[in-house]
Design a protein around this ligand. Structure first.
Ligand SMILES: Cc1ncc(COP(=O)(O)O)c(C=O)c1O
Length: 462
């Protein structure tokens, strides 16, 4: 077993964690394979000149991470393969000709460039000194709180100005919320098929992530309660409006039920509302039912403008300082010039205009795709930016994605969103924005033909 040869003579303390990391890396890079037996505690302690207790703690840590398992009377075995790095979208620069339905982007048109140019023109005269010369959040961003409150009110949330942290989009908001809500080793629950960046983020933060079974409205409260009864839950990460990747909408009663469970079992909620604004009729956010324990965030990149990396994180009052400190050390301050543009858009009506435009564009695209897929069952949410296509039993996800790709269309495999192999859903996610309508139609027509064809492995020779 090569990893023991690579074990350094001195390792950073605590030794158990360094050993666990080393074994975890060996699993990731394939030096240790699923099913391989690890040395006994005593054997390894002897080989590495460490105490048996240190080896036991390292193995316990790896069991906790779900990477190895002990089998009574047989020993300890690698139980999980390399960490998945299969991002659902196609990396930049690959396949210039591809109809890329793998990436989530809003629809864009010349109107977006026109509105951005107008904002630049206006701001070139009026840009505040604080937006160019200051990087202290209280100085640079205070003037934009009014716009933030107005936008959050459109999202169904009224809150105190001090509970808002402005962020460079949803991603830093999510990191800040998770850092505030849970510590290493604690349990965070989420949808069994979830927003994919949560999976590596939880791994980097050493959080335990567990998926909750879903129905047509997302998280099933009874399933959540079953878990809460059996072990301490620190936080629940949830995307009630347009769930990525399943495209489901949670109704108002369900939102209220989750808020009630959070109170009963004393956990916090992290609510991702990155797409909420594009829904035609949306129930109030969960944060409106449990503001004292919900971290709520939304951003502009998905519902208005891909390049407008700006968002709002609303935090529970008693955790406002803790969250602000965590945001400071990870991102310091949202870029003030972005805050200028977003606030100008909100206050001069451009944000409402572009939101209505986006809703109409996505509404049209959803209708067009439903027509092309006529007779094929698939999941969608109102004005959703993507659909979810369960595959016929005969196709594997891998073969379907590879065949589509070979024919010039990229779609994301469902497995990229699964918390564990057992939650995989045998489906693909198809995004509707980001490309021209005509290319989308071509891509979905090809997907429909492939769906109806007998499965074939992708051709290897071309
Ligand atoms: C569910 C969800 N939330 C948030 C984001 C990222 O948002 P932002 O670009 O504002 O960081 C994504 C990106 O695809 C997403 O799928």
């Amino acid at each position: 077993m090569t990893i023991w040869k690579n074990f350094p003579e001195t390792i950073p303390r605590p030794a158990y964690r360094s050993l666990a990391d080393l074994i975890s890396d060996a699993i990731d890079n394939g030096d240790l394979r699923v099913g391989e037996r690890l040395p006994t505690h005593r054997e390894l302690a002897y080989q590495l000149d460490l105490s048996v207790q240190t080896i036991s703690r390292a193995y316990d840590e790896l069991i906790r991470r779900g990477l190895i398992e002990g089998q009574v009377g047989r020993g300890t075995f690698v139980s999980s393969g390399p960490a998945k790095s299969n991002w659902p979208f196609v990396p930049a620069g690959q396949d210039g000709q591809l109809v890329d339905l793998s990436i989530l982007k809003p629809v864009t048109a010349p109107v977006h460039r026109e509105r951005m140019s107008a904002a630049f023109a206006e701001l070139s005269d009026t840009l505040a000194d604080t937006s160019i010369f200051s990087f202290k959040p209280s100085n640079a961003l205070q003037p934009f709180k009014r716009a933030a409150l107005a936008w959050l009110a459109r999202c169904g949330l009224s809150c105190a100005p001090d509970s808002i942290i402005m962020t460079n989009g949803a991603t830093p908001a999510m990191t800040t919320a998770l850092m505030t809500a849970a510590n290493a080793g604690e349990l965070v629950l989420t949808e069994a098929m979830c927003h994919h960046t949560l999976i590596p983020l939880a791994r980097y933060m050493d959080l335990r992530l567990e998926g909750i079974p879903l129905d047509h409205e997302g998280i099933v409260p009874d399933e959540l309660e079953k878990i809460c009864r059996s072990k301490p839950v620190k936080s629940l990460y949830v995307m009630p409006s347009g769930l990525n990747p399943l495209a489901r909408m949670m109704g108002s009663d369900r939102r209220e039920a989750l808020a009630a469970l959070a109170r009963k079992y004393d956990f916090t909620i992290i609510e991702n509302d990155a797409w909420g604004p594009i829904q035609p009729d949306r129930p109030p956010p969960i944060a409106a039912f449990a503001p004292e324990r919900t971290f709520y965030f939304t951003s502009f990149t998905k519902c208005l403008f891909p390049g407008l990396r700006h968002g709002y994180l609303v935090v529970p009052e008693l955790l406002a300082s803790a969250a602000a400190n965590r945001h400071l050390v990870t991102d310091w301050v949202a870029t003030p010039i972005m805050a200028e543009i977003a606030s100008l858009f909100i206050e001069n009506g451009t944000a409402d205009e572009l939101l209505s435009w986006q809703k109409a564009a996505l509404g049209r695209r959803n209708a067009m795709v439903a027509k092309i897929l006529d007779g094929i069952p698939f999941g969608a949410s109102p004005n959703g930016m993507h659909i979810w296509l369960p595959l016929p039993g005969s196709w594997t996800e891998e073969a379907f994605v590879a065949n589509a790709r070979q024919k010039g269309v990229a779609v994301a495999p469902g497995s990229a969103f699964a918390i564990s192999d057992t939650t995989a859903n045998h489906s693909v996610r198809i995004c509707l924005g980001g490309i021209q309508e005509e290319a989308l139609a071509r891509g979905v027509q090809l997907i429909a033909r492939l769906y109806k064809s007998p499965p074939e492995p992708a051709l290897l020779a071309f």
